[in-house]
Design a protein around this ligand. Structure first.
Ligand SMILES: Cc1cc2nc3c(=O)[nH]c(=O)nc-3n(C[C@H](O)[C@H](O)[C@H](O)COP(=O)(O)OP(=O)(O)OC[C@H]3O[C@@H](n4cnc5c(N)ncnc54)[C@H](O)[C@@H]3O)c2cc1C
Length: 408
């Protein structure tokens, strides 16, 4: 079967690797001129590391990444709001958590895909997809010939997916009321004392610092901002410094250690869940199918899960593509829709500006039961995967996530 994949991001490359492992010969078409060099970092929770292990790349990613053992939450004055025992979560799910720079994750996936014989074509921006003869889709590119594979996988992200436009007739990302500045800080010396995730909550503002190594920390500074307000200017570092000047360390230290050109501003959008992820022989995966907010912590993890599931669905389907698409959507839609909704709920609490709402949110986070939070996350994130102990937490799954997400 001839398989074309639009987009060489996390979804596209992991999908190519998973399909290669099942004996298929996919080709990837990526609009960038070369390998990814931008972006900050990604936390790969145990469900993602399960997939990375199955793809044979976990070892290489761990070699470039960090092994965080805790999330520490604080308010803007430095008071503790509890946290998450990541070591306990890892044990409950049977796989590690890994923090890694996005470019390193992409590089490992690309190297393994190329070594496995996947053809990755850069400089191939898809312009549109149309239905050709025999009900088969044809993808057209800005440069180079059109393609007409047996299966076309749309892994072209959340903001302007041509595959989603073909499948759903429209692609309208939804601005969710906050912007993110993202950056990577690298110091000659340690910027933080340990490998952990530090999450600071204010009123309408949030700062997250994620250590890969003590001297390598990626971060996201977020601020609630209506779309009608002018977007912040290009002088990202000064603006972030000013906004978070009074917040606890290591925030100022980390911002100072970030070169201006390594800071990027993102107006954060997500997508409404779709009723269907396929049309003709085109299937959506990753953000093109189900982009959650970064507050879900699961966008890349779910893109990786897609790869693992789809390769199995294709192999197992005797009824051809239609059956494989249906099985895939049946497996993936409920989990991804739930996570997207939780990301929105969490964001509404995080970016609340009303002092009383923030006080209640913080009190709830502080009073949360860390063991129950771990169980709830293990059950939610492990759902649908054969994790060693995932089933042990299933009893909590129905009750929704723990206090981490109870922010309203
Ligand atoms: C600030 C921030 C922090 C995040 N942190 C985390 C985290 O800690 N953990 C986590 O699990 N998730 C995280 N996410 C979410 C995660 O980054 C995404 O869910 C993930 O990148 C989705 O992968 P993807 O391959 O579907 O999309 P993308 O990574 O966007 O890749 C899409 C690819 O398609 C290419 N493309 C686009 N259009 C075309 C076209 N027309 N033709 C050809 N190629 C095209 C793009 O160049 C790109 O390479 C975060 C997101 C943000 C914004």
């Amino acid at each position: 079967m001839d398989i074309g994949i639009l987009g060489g991001g996390i979804a596209g490359l992991s999908m190519a690797l998973a399909l290669r492992k099942q004996g298929y010969n996919p080709s990837v078409y990526e609009r960038r001129a070369g390998p990814a060099t931008s972006g900050a970092g990604v936390t790969l929770w145990p469900n993602a590391c399960f997939v990375l292990e199955a793809l044979g790349v976990l070892h290489d990613i761990q070699a470039m990444g960090g092994r965080p053992l805790a999330v520490h939450r604080q308010d803007a004055a430095g008071n503790s709001l509890g946290g998450l025992d990541i070591g306990l979560l890892d044990r409950a799910m049977g796989y590690p958590t890994c923090t890694v720079l996005r470019r390193d994750l992409q590089a490992v996936l690309l190297n393994h895909a190329v070594k496995a014989g996947v053809a990755v074509a850069f400089g191939r921006r898809a312009l549109g997809i149309e239905l050709g003869g025999h009900g088969r889709a044809v993808a057209h590119f800005e440069q180079g010939p059109s393609i007409r594979p047996d299966l076309l996988i749309g892994a072209d992200g959340r903001m302007a997916s041509v595959a989603r436009t073909f499948v759903a007739g429209d692609n309208t990302p939804i601005y969710q009321g906050f912007v993110n500045w993202i950056g990577v800080a690298q110091g000659p010396h340690a910027l933080v004392s340990d490998i952990s995730i530090r999450d600071f909550w204010g009123a309408g503002e949030r700062f997250g610092c994620v250590a890969v190594r003590p001297d390598l920390v990626y971060w996201a500074a977020a601020q609630a901002r209506p779309l009608s307000d002018p977007m912040p200017g290009r002088q990202g570092r000064n603006e972030v410094q000013r906004l978070f000047a009074q917040w606890p360390e290591p925030i100022s230290r980390v911002i100072r250690a970030t070169p201006e050109e390594a800071i990027r501003l993102i107006a954060v959008h997500d997508l409404e869940p779709l009723h269907t992820w396929s049309r003709a022989n085109v299937l959506l995966v990753g953000d093109a199918a189900h982009a959650p907010l970064p507050t879900s912590g699961q966008g890349a993890c779910q893109a990786l899960e897609d790869a693992w599931h789809l390769a199995r669905c294709l192999k197992g389907a005797r009824g051809g593509l239609e059956e494989a698409f249906q099985t895939f959507a049946h497996l993936r839609a409920p989990k991804t829709a739930r996570l997207a909704e939780q990301g929105r709920v969490f964001a509404r609490g995080l970016f609340a500006t009303d002092p009383e709402t923030c006080r209640l949110r913080n009190a709830r986070a502080k009073a949360s039961d860390p063991a129950r939070d771990v169980q709830a996350l293990a059950a939610a994130w492990g759902q649908g995967l054969p994790l060693p102990l995932g089933a042990a937490s299933a009893a909590v799954a129905g009750s929704g996530l723990g206090s981490l997400y109870h922010t309203e």
